[in-house]
Design a binder for this molecule. Sequence first.
Ligand SMILES: Nc1nc2c(ncn2[C@@H]2O[C@H](COP(=O)(O)OP(=O)(O)OP(=O)(O)O)[C@@H](O)[C@H]2O)c(=O)[nH]1
Ligand SMILES: [Mg+2]
Length: 454
Amino acid sequence: MSTATDTIVAPATPFGYGGIAVIRLSGPSSKNIARAITFLSDGKKSPFKHRQSTRILIAEKDGETFDEGLITFFKSPSSYTGEDSFEISCHGNPTIVHKIIGRCCEEGARIAEPGEFTRRSFINGKIDLLQAESVSSLIYSKSCESAYLNHRILQGKLSEQIKKIKEKVVGLLTRVEFELDFSEEDLHPGLRKDVLSKITTVQNTVKNLLSTREEGRLLTEGALVVIAGKPNVGKSTLLNSLTETDRAITSPVPGTTRDSIGVSLLLCGVPVRLFDTAGIRKGAVDVEQEGIRRTKKLTQKADIVLCLYEHNKKNKHKHMGTHARPSIHIINKTDLIAPGELKKLKRLLPDCLFVSAKEKTGINNLKNKIKNTLGVSATLSNNVSLTTVRQQASLEGVFGYLKAGTRLLQNDGCSYELLSFELSSALDSLNSLLGITTPDKIINNIFKSFCVGK
Ligand SMILES: Nc1nc2c(ncn2[C@@H]2O[C@H](COP(=O)(O)OP(=O)(O)OP(=O)(O)O)[C@@H](O)[C@H]2O)c(=O)[nH]1
Ligand SMILES: [Mg+2]
């Protein structure tokens, strides 16, 4: 089954000191290499049975042992890579790990490239490209919800949906090409109506899947939320309240925060990077000016800007501007406002949230508003979402071709040839999405982002 001729080795656990470290070995010579570097406590060689762990001693070329551990054998094709593979568990010491890898290389293995084990799994048909992408996303998941999602994709749930779409496109293409073989003319009206109805259904399925991208992006990449406002309105205090930390220095002196400070938190399973920024004011110079430049840069790419104000009797919030990004307007320091006045103010500014960052009131309301604005207020779907830009771009391609096909069918005189071209192009994009016809450059890019040993 396996196509690779060389055997690869790499640490599967991060370098460092710990209870156990695991080393992975995969390829046609892996059994010989494992035999050469290990033996049983009675001095004999292990027969290595499939999925069986054996207690072994690990030895130098001259037979001197330097560690002991467990070795598990996975026989081709029932292994992660589809090749004969081993997992060696040794003591969690970088020197020992280096030594074992060195011994494997001495016996003919070479160090694996990042993601090469998963790449072999993909090449050997154990997983498709969507599943391969989910392996990396699963490893880097920052929340349980993100891990659940990527696990569902690894189980093949997204691939199933793509394959169903592909089946329908193949069905339509076969039908159109069959007609094309018999007639040079345009589709007859009955067939045209039927194909139009079917292509519209597929198009809607693709559209629905595309609409999951935002949830997938938020779960895998997280959201950027930036607190912005004039100096001294309580931005740093709000960051501390929202994150339940004292990460940012607060003081009554305007201009205390000079640089942007980021803190991570989880909101409804969405990893959020929350930033406190330098207060924006006119006439700032030097360091403060640079701080303001950074604030503006951050707000431009934020998923949400929290525009913070303090109640000011003089200008009555005339400064409330709008940001290009989705924003939530918040009035802080409500503990300093008399109850009657606060009531009036709430009526006057119905779109604003009212908090006291210092007294920690209104903070849960604000968290809910952030969740709503991000579009994750409802419980996250148990479904699959698109998690990468590549998936989105390919599927947008599919949608575009189907839409072009629909347009052709809506016109009188729709030709089989043009329709067949659009459907074939949609099929190409679906095959590329699954990794069947994906260019090497894109595949290389995907595996480059993996860690070594995966
Ligand atoms: N009474 C009251 N005081 C607050 C509240 N929030 C912040 N403050 C106070 O307002 C002052 C400024 O707070 P900061 O959080 O440092 O304000 P900032 O917007 O980060 O200020 P710069 O970093 O200078 O832009 C501090 O003395 C805070 O204790 C609040 O809700 N109520
Ligand atoms: Mg501050």
